[in-house]
Design a protein around this ligand. Structure first.
Ligand SMILES: [Zn+2]
Length: 195
């Protein structure tokens, strides 16, 4: 799995891309909700009935089906309180949820997920990952800091370049090249990690 930092950054990037379609006229509340969506698939760590042991070896929270729940709820609520942003709000929530599946997939070398569940129970995963896995959240754990730094070093340049690409940030060529260099440095470091 990716860390909560990577999932949170992905959600904030999605919120920024669709900034002009922010529901509820509150970026703070909406961005918080998107971060919640991006964390949601890991709820099986605290709700035992959702974990893979209780679901025939399928981690059902890491699936498109599970990733529809919060977006559908959000769309229904927005239908009542902010109808003009209903579609864009639901779409952002869906993208935030599914970004979790993508980042986890990119870690590689882990238990594959039934990403297409309930449409298919096929397990999907990659053997060789490109992102570091999340180390246990412990202030004395060296690997937590190392992996989080590498993850941020890979994801922050990507997210900033995406924001530049959609016109949300102005990146001059020096910043762009620096971000590219930063990405490459941490990407190569990540590939050297044992998984
Ligand atoms: Zn996860």
């Amino acid at each position: 799995m990716s860390s909560f930092i990577g999932h949170g950054l992905a959600a904030l990037t999605i919120g920024k891309i669709f900034e002009s379609k922010t529901p509820l006229d509150s970026k703070f509340i909406w961005q918080g909700f998107l971060v919640l969506c991006a964390f949601a698939p890991d709820i099986d760590y605290v709700v035992n009935s959702l974990n893979l042991k209780n679901n025939d070896g399928l981690r059902i929270t890491h699936s498109v089906g599970f990733c529809l729940i919060l977006p559908i709820l959000a769309t229904l609520i927005l239908l009542i309180i902010d109808r003009k942003n209903m579609f864009w709000g639901g779409l952002q929530a869906f993208l935030a949820c599914t970004s979790h599946l993508l980042l986890d997939l990119l870690v590689g070398g882990r238990q594959p997920d039934p990403i297409l569940y309930p449409f298919s129970s096929r397990l999907i995963g990659v053997t060789y990952g490109v992102l570091p896995s999340a180390a246990s959240l412990n202030p004395f754990n060296y690997y937590f800091y190392r992996n989080s730094l590498i993850e941020c070093g890979i994801l922050i340049p990507i997210f900033l370049i995406i924001l530049g690409g959609v016109g949300k940030l102005k990146l001059n060529r020096y910043v762009f090249v620096s971000l590219g260099g930063m990405f490459l440095f941490f990407f190569l470091l990540s590939l050297r990690l044992s998984r």
